[in-house]
Design a protein around this ligand. Structure first.
Ligand code: SF4
Ligand code: SF4
Length: 297
């Protein structure tokens, strides 16, 4: 069994559902308690403005942003996804899967501060990324094999020496903490992305994605405005069968758009039966493919 760390909030690496951008094991180990937590397990923790360590945890981080993080943060800041991605993120490629992700760009000051931290705290607190919400917990998923996740998650504690939150008497179960921090909503919206990231065997994920596929993956998951343009301002709707009701919804509902994009990617890249080509287009593509493989006499 392989354990895939899912969320890290260590000083230097912080990745949702455990996708590392380096292969260094040492970065994972720092501060992680060697104990597995379930949803019912308890821990003591508190964090508030009066603490001597207040905001000490908000610098020199490597935070991978999830699709829903980006939607929440860009809307909070009144930016388009283009503007947000350009101003606050860095594109990266995951070491093992070679999938594109975006990380939150830290300031270039001595502390490498998060752009949203102030002495008064996080200025986007209500819309902070899911990794910030989970801390001091991390989440991991079990895999039976290298590429086959079982869907089972477990939790672990990240104890960093500067964090005084563990001295508190306030007790939580993991489940209570998730609820209190609003994590469940993020997990729900990010489900499509996670499914793509975890690469089920049946989708043939062993093969590396082409450059074009990686661009699509980036657009669908992180660039919601470009995704909208791709659907409504290209020949997309001439090719794909999309019900009117859904079409109307994804014009204005970014979460629905993200989910539709994810379904389309599952179909376009991995053959899932979610977003269908129009019959005549499918027939034309089939014939074209046959001609390409038929040897000429
Ligand atoms: S208690 Fe921990 S999480 Fe809270 S501000 Fe201090 S270092 Fe950060
Ligand atoms: S987004 Fe907010 S909570 Fe997260 S590291 Fe930055 S300042 Fe801290």
């Amino acid at each position: 069994m392989v354990i895939i760390p899912r969320t890290f909030f260590l000083k230097r690496i912080f990745t949702p559902k455990g996708f590392s951008m380096t292969n260094s094991k040492d970065e994972y180990q720092d501060g992680i308690e060697p104990r597995k937590y379930t949803l019912d397990d308890k821990f003591k923790f508190a964090c508030n403005k009066g603490m001597a360590c207040y905001t000490h945890c908000c610098s020199d981080l490597n935070i991978i942003l999830t699709p829903y993080d980006i939607i929440r943060m860009k809307n909070r800041l009144g930016l388009t996804s283009d503007q947000f991605l350009g101003m606050y993120t860095k594109p990266e490629i995951l070491a093992r899967t070679k999938l594109p992700v975006v990380t939150l760009k830290m300031f270039e000051d001595d502390k490498k501060s998060c752009p949203f931290v102030t002495p008064e705290g996080c200025i986007i607190y209500e819309d902070r990324p899911v990794s910030c919400r989970y801390y001091p917990l991390g989440v991991a998923s079990f895999r039976e094999q290298e590429i086959e996740p079982t869907g089972e998650d477990f939790y672990f504690m990240v104890r960093e020496s500067h964090c005084l939150g563990f001295e508190a008497d306030k007790e939580w179960t993991v489940s209570e903490w998730r609820k209190d921090q609003g994590v469940e909503e993020y997990d729900e919206v990010n489900k499509g992305w996670m499914e793509l990231m975890l690469r089920k065997k049946s989708f043939g994920f062993q093969a590396e994605l082409s450059e074009e596929s990686r661009r699509m993956f980036y657009m669908v998951n992180f660039h919601v405005d470009r995704l909208r343009r791709f659907i409504f301002e290209s020949s997309f709707l001439e090719k794909y069968d999309v019900e009117n009701e859904l079409l109307e919804k994804i014009k204005t509902d970014e979460i629905a758009l993200l989910q539709f994009g994810s379904d389309w990617l599952q179909s376009a890249l991995f053959g899932a039966d979610r977003v269908k080509l129009k019959e005549e287009v499918a027939e034309e593509w089939k014939q074209r493919a046959q001609q390409e493989v038929t040897p000429r006499g």
